[in-house]
Ligand binder design. Structure first.
Ligand code: BTN
Length: 259
């Protein structure tokens, strides 16, 4: 396929946001957009700056996993300077922005696997990584990293093919990254501005979670939990009901559905 151009002037042209994506730092190839965004944030980059790459040579995911970024997909990191009270909501707004962006541009109906994987037909289409620096009770910066499989054939990557999908794979045609990206940036800003009413963002995230009501296994650090995903709390933590009736509150972890 011919890979569409994501150079800054193309992405920002007519982009209807106030600050998200109004400054784009674009590299055809870099190690990880997270690393470049961290340097940018430490140098005081404008809020809403987006670091964007065609390919990452050291893309990373949660729990120190590798994130594959061949060309044709979206790898970005968004720099924000939120108040401390917004931090729990960043995973919610990021996953919702991806859901809205995919729905609007493709008509596909993604779902969120707690806490913030975006799935289509049960397979992962997008991963989100959030890194924040908190000093003395205030946030120096937060970086939202988003890796979205747009034009990727899972069969080319046996290490992820059983669990991964892409927009092109779901629709059977090449997809314009530019269209998806511009919609995603608009959604990210809209949801970020909505955090003054964080409860509404929480409710929408809650309603899009495919995990609730399912029997699951969760790995959180070295601990494994099993049980029914009963509910989520406003800070994003998951409440899991064990077979013995106990209730565990899990702040971070990796969910597997039990058959
Ligand atoms: C996960 O599912 O574990 C999170 C994956 C996050 C991948 C994105 S791609 C853009 C940004 N740069 C990285 O190195 N990681 C995030």
């Amino acid at each position: 396929m011919e890979v569409d151009d994501l150079s800054p002037e193309v992405v920002t042209w007519g982009l209807a946001t106030q600050f998200v994506g109004q400054r784009i730092v674009y590299h055809p190839v870099l190690t990880s957009t997270m690393d470049v965004a961290r340097q940018e944030a430490r140098q005081g980059a404008a809020e809403g700056t987006v670091v964007l790459a065609d390919r990452q040579t050291a893309g990373r995911g949660r729990m120190e996993r590798v994130w594959l970024t061949p060309g044709g997909n979206i790898a970005l990191s968004l720099i924000l300077y939120p108040p401390l009270s917004y931090l729990p909501y960043l995973i919610m707004l990021a996953s919702l922005a991806v859901v809205h962006g995919i729905e609007t541009t493709t008509g596909l109906k993604p779902q969120i696997k707690w806490p913030n994987d975006v799935l289509i037909n049960g397979k992962k289409v997008c991963g989100i990584l959030i890194e924040s620096d908190v000093q003395g009770g205030s946030v120096s910066y937060s970086i939202i990293g988003i890796g979205l499989n747009v034009n990727l054939d899972p069969a080319d990557f046996p290490e992820i093919s059983p669990i991964a999908t892409s927009l092109s794979h779901e629709l059977g045609e090449d997809i314009s990254r530019l269209k998806v990206l511009r919609c995603l940036l608009t959604e990210l800003e809209g949801l970020y501005l909505r955090l003054s009413d964080a409860g509404s963002v929480f409710r929408e995230w809650h309603d899009n979670l495919e995990t609730l009501g399912r029997e699951i296994e969760v790995q959180s650090g070295d601990t494994f939990y099993r049980g029914l995903a009963e509910s989520v709390e406003v800070d994003g933590s998951l409440l899991l009901r064990g077979a013995d009736g106990s209730l565990s509150r899990i702040v971070a972890g990796d969910v597997t559905l039990r058959r």
